[in-house]
Ligand binder design. Structure first.
Ligand SMILES: Nc1nc2c(c(=O)[nH]1)N=C([C@H](O)[C@H](O)COP(=O)(O)OP(=O)(O)OP(=O)(O)O)CN2
Ligand SMILES: [Zn+2]
Length: 148
């Protein structure tokens, strides 16, 4: 029908939107729950006391209704502010193990970095919007966490 469009059908549309953010940090993989020997065995070169650094790339994805009036799941400018507060301020150019209290007794694997970001992102986003945290620790190592 002339003048109508798919979006007039009345069906609710669900969209996924993502924003990418890079940050740099150093860390050492070392668990306080393991002996020094076990740490060396489990984490190998990543247990070196001198630590090492990464340029992490984080993809934050939210899922929700595409608002009919605004055309948005949420304003990406608001998501950008949340990312600044949750990722950049606490993590960028930091030693994860020494500068971020959360990692004092939680080993700073990328899985746990993803959980840290998830747990803090849900506090600042509207309810039930956060869908996924994906972290590229290196070009080859990628971790996904969906709050499960
Ligand atoms: N399950 C996990 N395994 C490992 C993690 C992790 O966070 N979760 N992290 C590391 C290290 O931090 C390490 O820096 C990654 O090492 P590596 O795989 O050697 O890094 P590259 O992708 O750069 O490897 P190359 O194949 O040498 O290019 C280890 N494991
Ligand atoms: Zn590492």
């Amino acid at each position: 029908m002339a003048g109508s469009s798919v979006s007039d059908s009345g069906a609710e549309r669900i969209g996924y939107i993502s924003r990418v953010q890079c940050f740099s940090a150093c860390h050492r993989l070392h668990s306080i729950h393991l002996s020094d020997e076990e740490n060396k065995q489990v984490y190998g070169k990543c247990n070196n006391p001198n630590g090492h650094g990464h340029n992490y790339k984080v993809e934050v994805t939210v899922r929700g209704k595409i608002d009919r009036l605004t055309g948005m799941v949420m304003n990406l400018t608001d998501l950008k502010r949340c990312i600044e507060d949750v990722i950049m301020t606490p993590l960028d150019h930091k030693n994860l193990d020494k500068d971020v209290p959360y990692f004092a007794n939680v080993v700073s694997t990328t899985e746990n970095v993803a959980v840290y970001i998830w747990d803090n992102m849900v506090k600042v986003l509207p309810p039930n919007l956060l869908y996924e945290i994906k972290i590229h620790e290196t070009d080859k190592n990628i971790v996904i966490y969906r709050g499960e």
